[in-house]
Design a protein around this ligand. Structure first.
Ligand SMILES: [Zn+2]
Length: 287
């Protein structure tokens, strides 16, 4: 029986036992959980309390999501758990697990490709001419739809010698990247500004919270874009953060989230104006 089938069984038991006032805790098998933690230095580095909360969140995630392997890929329990644990990391300080999981309730499916996927794209230029092209994707998050991930790209983020996207050396993390887009999309299009908690950074209104966010992110994004342009055109030094972040504010937010979770110390050093904002978003004071 797979982990999520077992979890489904536990959940049903939980539903029955809730009425009987005994509530066995749905749990991920210990060995599987430990090997997931040890595969990622930033998961191993969490406190024991955070790890046990992440385990509960991951169990809920596995219970509610459906994994599909594309091109004959068999998604094993270990693979699903690896995805679940990283996807749930941003939810860690967002209150009760059930409530936190509501951030991901707009979709059920997670499609895992063995390698990077190729998507057929169409775009219209200013002259009204339609262009068709192929885009190579390590992952994709659709508003209200499934998340697509490349297992090969996930593997690149594993271990202490995680490979990097971009020139600068930021460790790659496609799972956090795509789920950051999902969080960003909770208040409309992915634009690099996710819903912000009440009282964010001492703000007294949602509007003020958004202004605080935009001011810091716009300035950092412009400076980052400039650094990437100088590196590209004039051989300047590449930034540490993946230069893909310079393609759009939403991508800048997603690669910043990858860095915030996967290499927090370096992110804080590189982006001292953004780190407090992500900390206020992902670790609100009430938790
Ligand atoms: Zn992206």
């Amino acid at each position: 029986m797979s982990v999520w089938q077992r979890l489904g069984q536990w959940a049903r038991q939980l539903g029955r036992s809730a009425r009987a006032t005994v509530s066995p805790m749905p749990e991920i098998p210990a060995q599987l959980w430990l090997s997931t933690l040890s595969a990622y230095p930033f998961l191993s580095a969490l406190t024991l309390q955070e790890q046990s909360k992440l385990r509960v969140l991951s169990a809920l995630f596995l219970q509610h999501k459906r994994f599909h392997g594309a091109h004959g890929l068999q998604v094993t329990d270990a693979m699903a758990l690896e995805i679940a644990a990283q996807a749930c990391l941003p939810l860690l300080h967002w209150g009760e697990p059930q409530r936190a999981m509501a951030w991901y309730d707009d979709f059920v499916g997670i499609v895992v490709h063995p390698g990077d996927a190729v998507a057929r794209r169409k775009s219209m230029d200013e002259a009204g001419v339609i262009h068709q092209y192929d885009e190579v994707l390590m992952g994709e998050a659709m508003d209200g739809g499934p998340v697509m991930l490349s297992w090969q790209a996930i593997g690149a983020g594993r271990g202490s010698h995680a490979s990097h996207h971009g020139h600068g050396g930021q460790p790659a993390n496609v799972v956090i990247h795509e789920f950051a887009h999902k969080i960003d999309m909770r208040n409309g299009e992915a634009d690099g500004c996710p819903p912000l908690p009440p009282g964010f950074m001492g703000s007294s209104s949602a509007r003020q919270a958004r202004e605080i966010w935009q001011a810091a992110w716009n300035a950092a994004y412009e400076a980052f874009r400039e650094q990437v342009i100088i590196a590209e055109r004039f051989g300047g030094q590449w930034p540490w953060l993946d230069e893909y972040g310079a393609t759009a504010p939403a991508e800048f937010f997603a690669v910043a989230c990858e860095a915030f979770f996967a290499d927090h110390a370096r992110f804080a050093q590189e982006f001292p104006t953004l780190e407090p904002l992500l900390a206020a978003l992902f670790r609100p004071a009430q938790d």
